[in-house]
Design a protein around this ligand. Structure first.
Ligand SMILES: Cc1cc2nc3c(=O)[nH]c(=O)nc-3n(C[C@H](O)[C@H](O)[C@H](O)COP(=O)(O)OP(=O)(O)OC[C@H]3O[C@@H](n4cnc5c(N)ncnc54)[C@H](O)[C@@H]3O)c2cc1C
Ligand SMILES: NC(=O)C1=CN([C@@H]2O[C@H](COP(=O)(O)OP(=O)(O)OC[C@H]3O[C@@H](n4cnc5c(N)ncnc54)[C@H](OP(=O)(O)O)[C@@H]3O)[C@@H](O)[C@H]2O)C=CC1
Length: 474
């Protein structure tokens, strides 16, 4: 049994669907086949520009059959790639001959694990797709205490969304949400949570020169694609403890789990945490949510070994080409192995999954048509639009001073409960920004970063709340 196509895209997440959609635009008359393990695929809707190169959008789950005309779909799992002969084999034994292949097989949670005891691992769960949230929901319904491990996107969302359960948040860092924000913004979020609706906004501006590099490092087997924005709105994430109403999550800073024991009668877990000063502390929980990052997922075999980066991702060049002939890659499964533009770096986010998927589609089309191709401008600047602790948040460029060493300044404007704005300046030029709240500054900041405008003459006025900086630079 075999099938033929010109373009074969594997994976029904944002990267795969964006790649297939780009191909329908570039090569409407060629056969495009999407091989997806799950019949539910992700599609981007309500794309809204927030700045010139920055968009926010919704992610919709649709049945694979509802994808645009021009995309054929097969629900099956990729098992083997024979790149020299241009065919793949699926788990069910189907052979698919292709001309160009794009691997968009995403990632799985990089779970914290106690391999020595399987029973303990059963109480450690990760969040990736709908099934995993249903599992979380089931466990929560009987839980009084939950431990959340990790300090990135999922942990920050869960800590804000869980109800009727004691939340123990264990982080390696000295401030919360360190993957995305700096200590100042973390404090802004915590104050907002503690003082919900109590005080009037007061604005303060501070300039700080960084003496040390505070930059953060960037960036089981589960089936469906990663969840979409606001995924938690569709699920009741309540625990079994009504007496916890209004109790804030307890944060364990600079802490590591050193021991996990099952309590007698299968009652839950006894956890030992160790701190930087070598002190130890015990806590009890029903289960652990391991929100500890993503591992690229590529379980299929290949005739020629895929070249992998240190983080396990498939290495791709600026045109999303892997080391295998006519094989491309996009999204969470791959690692950007090109020399990046000064304001861009990779993070495993759906914005980048979409951009990489579309870039891969255009590159494959260009190779088929023997046309020149240039890297898309979106790879010139890192941009991320999200919500953290209920606040709209925009991250631009090297927003945490990533890769800038010790030689940068921070200019911060904070209005309690309203907004937190941080500019990262190097030699008077804006290199990155964190914009929390409805700041309307995204486009201005994007322009300032890309144009490299010298802001030295404006001094701290650049963030003076009485000056409209959008007008300033018009
Ligand atoms: C809970 C959660 C919240 C998130 N929130 C945000 C957010 O607010 N903002 C943001 O920017 N990002 C967020 N992300 C990250 C974002 O979802 C991912 O970066 C993005 O979806 C990755 O898309 P992808 O297409 O590369 O991978 P995936 O979505 O993982 O899709 C991969 C697809 O490939 C399929 N597949 C895998 N192996 C095979 C195979 N062998 N054969 C066939 N098919 C296969 C899978 O079934 C899946 O459909 C979140 C992630 C999670 C888990
Ligand atoms: N709003 C958004 O934009 C959201 C984005 N996402 C994305 O979804 C993906 C999965 O989210 P998530 O799992 O939160 O991943 P993230 O990469 O965002 O965060 C992982 C966190 O876990 C920490 N960590 C890693 N290993 C350990 C360990 N063994 N013990 C303790 N801490 C550890 C990391 O610290 P360190 O960095 O120091 O290694 C980091 O703080 C990510 O790509 C994320 O960007 C998810 C939810 C929301």
């Amino acid at each position: 049994m075999s099938q033929d196509c010109i373009f074969l895209v594997v994976g029904g997440g944002i990267a795969g669907v964006s790649c297939a959609e780009a191909l329908t635009i570039c090569c409407p008359n060629q056969s495009i086949l999407l091989l997806t393990e799950s019949s539910i695929v992700k599609s981007v809707t309500n794309l809204l520009p927030v700045a010139r190169y920055l968009h926010k959008f919704d992610v919709r789950e649709i049945n694979a059959s509802e994808l645009g005309t021009g995309i054929r779909t097969i629900v099956d799992r990729l098992a083997h790639v024979e790149s020299n002969d241009h065919w793949v084999r699926t788990q069910s034994g189907l052979k698919i001959n292709y001309r160009y292949l794009c691997l968009c097989t995403g990632g799985v949670p990089n779970l914290f694990s106690f391999e020595q005891e399987k029973k303990l691992d059963e109480r450690i769960i990760g969040i990736r797709d709908t099934d995993s949230v249903l599992q979380l929901q089931k466990r929560l319904s009987k839980a009084n205490d939950v431990l959340i491990l990790g300090n990135g996107g999922i942990a920050s969302e869960l800590v804000h969304e869980l109800k009727q359960v004691n939340v123990h948040w264990v982080i390696k860092d000295a401030h919360i949400s360190a993957t995305f924000v700096d200590p100042g913004a973390a404090e802004f979020f915590q104050l907002a949570k503690r003082e919900k609706g109590t005080t009037a906004p007061v604005t303060s501006i501070k300039r700080m020169r960084y003496g040390d590099d505070k930059s953060k490092k960037e960036v089981q087997h589960i089936r469906g694609a990663a969840l979409g924005p606001d995924w938690h709105r569709n699920f009741d994430l309540s625990g079994a403890s009504e007496s916890t109403e209004g109790i804030l999550p307890k944060v364990y800073y600079k802490a590591h789990i050193t021991q996990v024991k099952l309590q007698p009668d299968d009652k839950g877990l006894q956890i030992t945490l160790s701190h930087e000063d070598a002190s130890e502390e015990q806590l009890y929980c029903d289960f652990i949510v391991s929100a500890t990052g993503v591992q690229p997922r590529h379980e299929y075999s290949t005739d020629v070994p895929l070249e992998l980066a240190a983080d396990g991702g498939i290495k791709v060049d600026e045109f999303m080409h892997t080391n295998l002939c006519d094989v491309f890659g996009a999204g969470d499964v791959c690692t950007a192995a090109w020399d990046p533009a000064p304001h861009w770096f990779q993070m495993r986010l759906w914005t980048q999954a979409r951009q990489m998927g579309a870039m891969a589609g255009r590159s494959m089309a260009a190779v088929l048509d023997n046309e020149p191709i240039y890297q898309d401008f979106c790879f010139e600047i890192f941009g991320h639009v999200t919500q953290l602790f209920g606040y709209p948040t925009v991250l631009l460029g090297r927003f945490n001073g990533q890769g800038l060493g010790k030689d940068y300044e921070l200019l911060v404007r904070c209005t309690r409960h309203k907004e937190y704005i941080k500019f990262v300046l190097q030699e008077g030029r804006l290199r990155g920004a964190i914009l929390i709240g409805d700041t309307d500054l995204a486009e201005t900041c994007e322009n300032l970063i890309l144009n490299g405008t010298d802001l030295t003459p404006y001094g701290d006025d650049i963030l003076n709340p009485d000056i409209d900086i959008e007008d300033y630079f018009d």
